[in-house]
Design a protein around this ligand. Structure first.
Ligand code: ZDR
Length: 279
């Protein structure tokens, strides 16, 4: 049976979207997802995303397989792409706001009139047990903690945005040998669920540059949850205002950590690239 897919990207973080609304289990296995994500032997993508029926009163459920076949709880760029995909699928009946069940909690993307998607990403979780990490005692935040990687000591701050992130502030993101050290952060024994790793250069309090090594996907052009986690880390360490532009290799995201409701809001694009059929 052929399965139809649509390819989307959010700032170059690209995904294969599958209409899985008629079944509660993904129609593709993690092993098949690895093959489809391959850039030479497959379609090419950073992950496969499934639009499933809603759970617990939500409109839809999102599940995602990384390009290595692992399953993250959440994906920020992916959920913007999912909202655009759902609006396409629903056609005339489309809503402007969706409540989406994810393994990282309920997220609420909203389609804006300018074509951008704004997502209520929820309240960040900051305790070591919630990241999870053993870097600090379980009931404490992980702010400016020392971590040894590749014979260097890094000052890291950890934030869970549905999925786990480890943020390091540096003078010059371009100088970070991400290819060489990313995997060592991802698999460091202090992170039992592995980790997404962001390096941040603060240009101004409301403008930062970011590079990312994603758990299960390696270097990507953008990472929505990572941009949110990085702004939260910037506020926690006194480096950033509560609203900032996070400039990624694939382009900018607008992030705000609201003082009023403590939730993080992410605004950015979601672009359809092409559709096809998997035999
Ligand atoms: C980082 C990400 N692409 C996003 O935009 O939030 C999410 C992908 C999932 C990530 N690789 C993980 O947590 O394993």
């Amino acid at each position: 049976m052929a399965i139809e897919f649509t390819k989307y990207h959010g700032l170059g973080n690209d995904f294969i979207l599958i209409d899985n609304r008629s079944s509660s289990q993904p129609v593709i296995t993690p092993e098949q997802a690895v093959k489809l994500c391959d850039r030479h032997f497959g379609i090419g993508a950073d992950g496969v995303i499934f639009a499933l029926p809603g759970e617990n009163g939500t409109d839809y459920t999102m599940r995602i397989f990384n390009s290595d076949g692992s399953e993250p709880e959440m994906c920020g760029n992916g959920i913007r792409c999912l909202a655009a995909f759902l609006a396409d699928l629903e056609g005339e009946a489309q809503r402007s706001k969706y409540h989406i069940h994810t393994l990282g909690g309920v997220m609420t993307p909203q389609l804006m009139v300018d074509g951008q998607v704004k997502v209520d990403m929820g309240i960040p979780r900051l305790l070591a047990s919630e990241i999870p990490t053993t870097l600090s005692p379980a009931n404490q935040k992980v702010i400016n903690q020392q971590l040894e990687v590749a014979l260097k000591t890094w000052d890291v701050t950890c934030v869970n945005m549905g999925n786990p992130h480890c943020i390091t502030f540096v003078e010059d993101v371009a100088a970070i040998p991400l290819e060489a050290i990313g995997l060592q952060f991802e698999h460091h024994p202090v992170f039992p669920q592995r980790i997404n790793t962001e390096f941040i250069q603060v240009v101004r309090r409301d403008y930062v540059k970011m590079r990312v090594w994603e758990r299960g996907a390696g270097i990507t052009l953008a990472c929505g949850t990572g941009a949110c986690a990085s702004l939260v880390a910037g506020v926690l360490t006194g480096r950033c205002d509560r609203a900032a532009t996070v400039e990624l290799p694939g382009g900018p995201l607008q992030i705000e950590w609201s003082e009023i409701d403590q939730r993080v809001y992410m605004t950015g694009p979601a672009e359809r690239v092409f559709t096809g059929k998997i035999d």
